[in-house]
Design a protein around this ligand. Structure first.
Ligand SMILES: C[S@@+](CC[C@H](N)C(=O)[O-])C[C@H]1O[C@@H](n2cnc3c(N)ncnc32)[C@H](O)[C@@H]1O
Length: 407
C-alpha cells in the first residue's frame, strides 16, 4: 500500500492507497486479466479511494459551511439534506464521479469476462456438471424487485444469462469488486464471512452448528469462510440467480471447500426445508437487495426453519439510527438514488428488531454486534483501523439477529 503524502498543514489525514490488483486470489473460474485490464482496476480502486478520502471531506465542508447555514430552522430528514446537496457543486462533482467509477468498473469487468466467456462457462460446466451440490430450477421466477433494475449498474444484475450455463455475470462481480472496495474485503473478497466467524467464536464460543443456511449467498464469497470454520457442518447456500450458484459451486470446489450445496430458491419461500432443521441462518449484504414485504416473509421463514435455540444473523451497513447525523444518512442513501439500489433507503430505516418480533421472534431475543472485514493486513487494508469513511462502502458492518427460543 502506498502512503499518500498529505500536506502537513491539511486538515485531511494522510491515507493508505489500495493494494495492487494482482494480489487478488485466483481460482479455477477466476477471469484472467491482461496488464492493461489489471491497471484499469487499479486506477478505479485508487479513484474510489481518492473520492472517499479527498473529495468527500470537501462535500462535508461545503455542507457545513455553505448549505446548512442557509437551511433556516434546519433539516427535518435525510431527504431534505439530499435535495439541498443536489444543488451544490461539491456534491455534484463527488456524486457524478462516484457514479462514473461504478459504470466504468462494471464495463471494465464486463469486458474482461465477455472476451473469455466461452472458456469460463466451459470451465464452470466441467466443475459442476452432474454434481448434486448444484440444484437449479429451470422454471424459477426471479422476484421482480431483482429484475426491475441492474443492481449497482451491473449488467444483467445477479440473474442475467446470455448463453446457456453463463457465468460471466458472477465472474464480473468477482473480479471487479476489488475496484469498488479498494481491496478492503481481502484476498478472496471474503473478509465479511471471516468477520462473522470471528464474532461468533468470541461471543458464542460453544455454538457448534451442524446445519447452516445462507440466504442470498451470491457467488459464495462470505459463506465459504463459514463452511471452512465448521467443516463438519452441512451448509446450504441459497440464491435466486442461477449464474451465481453455478459459479459459486465451481469456485468453492476449486478452492477445496466441499461442504456447501448451492440451491436456487426464493428466500421468501423456504418450503423445501423442514421446520426446525437449521442451527444457523445467515445473510450477508442481502436484505437491502429485497423489498419491504419480502423481508417480512424472509424473517418468518428464517424463524420457521430454525431449530429451538438456533440463531439468525444479518450483516448489513448500519441502520439510520436517530443519533446518525442527517448528512451521513443522506450520503449513505446515495446508493438508493444513484446506484440502482431501490430498497436501500427504506431498508436502512426499518426497525429490524421490531420486524423480527413481528416474524415471531420473542422480545429480548435480539442479537446486536459490529464486525469489520477480517483480512490479511500484511497485504490488504484493515477496515477496522481505517479513518477514511465513505459512508456505504466501508468493509465494516452491523450484525443484527435473533435467537429462537429453546423448546
Ligand atoms: C449483494 S449480493 C450478496 C451476496 C453474498 N451474500 C455475499 O456476501 O457476497 C445479494 C444476493 O442476494 C440474492 N437475492 C436477492 N433476493 C433474493 C431472494 N429473494 N431469494 C434468494 N436470493 C436473493 C441476489 O441474487 C444476490 O446474489
Amino acid at each position: 500500500m502506498a502512503k499518500d503524502s498529505a500536506d502537513p498543514k491539511s486538515s485531511v489525514p494522510a491515507y493508505d492507497g489500495p493494494p495492487d490488483y494482482r494480489l487478488v486470489g485466483q481460482h479455477d473460474v477466476f477471469p484472467q486479466v491482461t496488464h492493461d485490464e489489471a491497471e484499469r482496476f487499479n486506477y478505479l480502486a485508487h479513484m474510489n479511494r481518492h473520492l472517499a478520502a479527498r473529495v468527500l471531506p470537501g462535500v462535508k465542508a461545503a455542507f457545513e459551511q455553505r448549505i446548512a447555514p442557509k437551511a433556516g430552522d434546519g433539516f427535518k430528514s435525510r431527504h431534505d439534506v439530499r435535495k439541498a446537496l443536489l444543488k451544490d457543486p461539491a456534491f455534484q462533482t463527488w456524486s457524478a464521479l462516484r457514479r462514473a467509477t461504478m459504470e466504468q468498473r462494471q464495463q471494465a469487468g464486463r469486458w474482461v469476462t465477455l472476451r473469455q466467456g466461452e472458456a469460463l462457462t466451459a470451465r464452470a460446466r466441467e466443475l459442476t456438471e452432474g454434481d448434486g451440490r448444484l440444484q437449479l430450477e429451470p422454471s424459477f421466477t426471479v422476484p421482480n424487485y431483482l429484475t426491475a433494475v441492474d443492481h449497482h449498474c451491473m449488467p444483467g444484475s445477479y440473474h442475467g444469462e446470455i448463453v446457456e450455463g453463463d457465468v460471466t455475470g458472477p465472474a464480473n462481480y468477482d473480479c471487479g469488486i476489488f475496484a469498488t472496495t479498494g481491496g478492503a474485503l481481502g484476498r478472496y473478497n471474503d473478509g465479511g464471512g471471516h468477520a462473522v466467524v470471528a464474532w461468533l467464536k468470541k461471543h458464542l464460543p460453544d455454538f457448534q452448528p451442524k446445519r447452516i443456511l445462507d440466504l442470498g449467498c451470491g457467488l459464495g464469497h462470505n459463506v465459504l469462510p463459514i463452511a471452512q470454520a465448521f467443516p463438519d457442518a452441512e451448509v446450504i447456500a441459497v440464491d435466486s440467480g442461477a449464474p451465481m450458484l453455478r459459479y459459486g459451486l465451481a469456485r468453492a470446489k476449486s478452492l477445496g471447500i466441499n461442504n456447501v450445496t448451492f440451491i436456487q430458491a426464493n428466500a421468501e419461500d423456504l418450503s423445501r426445508f423442514a421446520d426446525e432443521s437449521f442451527d444457523w441462518v445467515q445473510t450477508t449484504m442481502f436484505l437491502h437487495e429485497t423489498s419491504r414485504s419480502a423481508m417480512g416473509r424472509i424473517f418468518a421463514e428464517s424463524r420457521r426453519v430454525l431449530k429451538p435455540g438456533g440463531i439468525v444473523l444479518h450483516v448489513e451497513q448500519p441502520q439510520y439510527a436517530e443519533d446518525m447525523p442527517l448528512f451521513e444518512q443522506a450520503i449513505r442513501d446515495w446508493d438508493a438514488f444513484y446506484n440502482n439500489e431501490p430498497f436501500w433507503t427504506t431498508m436502512h430505516e426499518i426497525d429490524l428488531d421490531d420486524l423480527m418480533i413481528k416474524a415471531g421472534f420473542k422480545p429480548g431475543s435480539a442479537i446486536h454486534g459490529g464486525v469489520a472485514a477480517v483480512v490479511d493486513t500484511t497485504l490488504f487494508p484493515s477496515a477496522g483501523d481505517d479513518k477514511v469513511e465513505d459512508y456505504g462502502r466501508k468493509a465494516a458492518w452491523e450484525l443484527i439477529g435473533a435467537k429462537k427460543e429453546a423448546a
